[in-house]
Design a protein around this ligand. Structure first.
Ligand SMILES: Cc1ncc(COP(=O)(O)O)c(C=O)c1O
Length: 300
């Protein structure tokens, strides 16, 4: 059964809760959201001390570095997405990486290498033949078409990450300087690879939080507050497929509070600094309008 862990300071995993939830865990699934990461030194040390494997969901963090090493290469398994909102875009598709030969053979077969299709690649013959016909096939192969769309983009990854970080950090200066928002700094070991920006609303009422989304919409900026929009997929209380026991104590109050003020705006890496500045100024302007709207006057 999956068990969720609370968010702690600065949007990152609450390490005390993480350690408490490790008791009896079979595996750790870390989701590195939107080009950011939590403290991987602590996470790895705590999991390794208990011999618990780490699976890194780096679907949206391709290019993020931890201590100079690529996120997704630290745990037993790393997963990356090439879906259309990601740093490399094939429309759909993704890859899983591991340096565990046995695991690699199992996932390739389960992804749909039926009969002897694995023989097309002259690698891992021993583990492939050992697992032949012993596993169900889920047919989640990435198509050849997606692969050819991705291949030439690989050479662009570094440049996209550099531009994404430049755009993100320029936006952070504008937002943190406005007094309306707070974007936490990176950890010293972390080099982010963002293509969007998340910022916390500072001292906003619920009405003001709703108002800023409307104000942003009027300025043609699609934004969401994870915990305020209906049915948002990042709000854990909307995950009706989870057994109740997956949420220790029935709620994650710190995470709930954070999500209710965490705003998300896309910041495509192709934007110029001037365009980023225009987006940043529009966000600050929207906050000013939301704060001075009729609902905030009524609340005073
Ligand atoms: C953190 C994270 N995990 C998993 C996924 C799913 O990736 P895909 O749509 O390629 O299955 C996404 C994509 O939105 C994501 O951002």
């Amino acid at each position: 059964m999956p068990v969720l862990v609370e968010v702690g300071e600065n949007y990152r995993i609450d390490m005390a809760d993480f350690e408490a939830q490790l008791e009896g865990a079979d595996a750790v699934l870390i989701s590195h959201m939107r080009g950011h990461t939590s403290d991987m030194d602590q996470i790895m040390a705590l999991a390794e001390a208990r011999d618990i494997p780490i699976v890194e969901d780096a679907a949206h963090s391709l290019g993020t570095l931890w201590n100079g090493k690529k996120i997704g290469t630290l745990g037993r398994v790393g997963c990356f997405s090439f879906q259309s909102y990601k740093m490399l875009n094939a429309g759909e598709g993704g890859i899983l990486i591991t340096d565990d030969a046995d695991l690699a053979a199992r996932v390739v077969i389960m992804s749909g290498a039926y009969e002897h299709n694995w023989k097309k690649h002259p690698v891992l013959a021993e583990p492939f033949s050992r697992w032949q016909n012993k596993l169900p096939l889920y047919n989640t192969r990435m198509s050849n078409l997606s692969a050819v769309v991705i291949k030439p983009q690989l050479a662009e990854l570094e440049d996209r990450c550099t531009r994404g970080l430049r755009n993100h950090d320029h936006m952070v200066e504008i937002l943190n300087g406005s007094g309306f928002f707070y974007v936490p700094p990176p950890l010293p070991q972390e080099t982010r690879a963002p293509d969007s920006i998340q910022f916390n609303l500072k001292d906003f009422s619920d009405d003001e939080a709703h108002a800023i989304v409307m104000e942003l919409k009027e300025r043609h900026l699609g934004a969401q507050i994870f915990g305020m929009s209906t049915d948002n997929a990042r709000a854990f209380w909307n995950w009706q497929f989870l057994p109740a026991e997956s949420i220790p104590g029935g709620d994650l109050p710190q995470t709930r509070t954070m999500l209710k003020r965490a705003c998300d705006v896309r910041l495509p890496v192709r934007l110029t600094l001037e365009e980023v500045e225009a987006v940043g100024n529009a966000v600050v302007d929207a906050a000013r309008a939301a704060k001075s709207g009729p609902q905030s006057v009524a609340a005073q």
